[in-house]
Design a protein around this ligand. Sequence first.
Ligand SMILES: [Zn+2]
Length: 325
Amino acid sequence: MRMSRSQRSPDHQPFEATIAALKTAYLHDEADIALSFSPMAALNASASAVAGGYAIHLADTFKDRLDDLFNQLLRQSDVMDWMEEPDAVGTIEDLPEARRITATYLSKLCLDFIVNHELGHILCGHLEALTDLGEDSQIAELNVVELAGGTEDPLKQIWEIDADLVGASLLRAQLDELIRIVLNSEIGSVTRHIFGPPKIAREHCISLVTVALYCLFRFLRDAAEQLNMKGDHPDPLVRAFYIRNALVPAALERHEIDLDMFDELFTARFEEFDDALEHLGFSSTLTQNDLGIAAINDAVSELLKSRREINDPAKDHRRIEWPAE
Ligand SMILES: [Zn+2]
């Protein structure tokens, strides 16, 4: 990966190894992927085809905004309430230790996911498909809302969930590493305090990662609405449940997961963080009561159905193996 000198910063270095590995594995080093962080009016991200490969652009405020989000969430004592009670205000650095470690980890995970989502667009062949369609070979997560009221494009919505799916599966290495650490009986007392005993470690790690992504989706939608912008993304709950429905079977192939335990932990973390988001004033649409769950499942099935039925021009350009359709 190359990055211009002015844009290079220590915060971006962790991405270099990941992107270099992906470039070799999926692009056979035939194309470059340049990642840059730059000032933007909105909290936006984009992927585009450029000479020699691809470019991913992210707003340079992402890390600070995510740190702030998870600081505010972990500052609420009802979130993971077995941890030390926090002061009402302060920065991420002065949260009580276990809360600080959790907030920092989840913030970083979400930033990784944003980069992974853009990599997902590249690996799914969306940029080449745009060229085939005669459009600019660029995908921006947010666009200024058209006053005429643009209609939803089903193909673009499918592309967004496909990029989410690939993005989430690229988090697999981090998730497996987290599970490995938490299963080790020798880990430090703070880590154990955060994740609980080894018998719930796998379920708790997957729950926490999925719920963190849900927080990210709601945060991004809220940030977009404040600027009167929109993306082609489904509702944050639908995005999160779609990822959950994909992550759990994939995790089942690699780990022994107790599904009842997972449901219990997922619901507990989900409700805490959902309440916390509400408390911070993030708008919600669907809610996770019984009617909400049915509506979410319907929306997820609907997306899967249109994904099967749609003639996706990106199919011929995919650089990754795709599950049977
Ligand atoms: Zn996208």
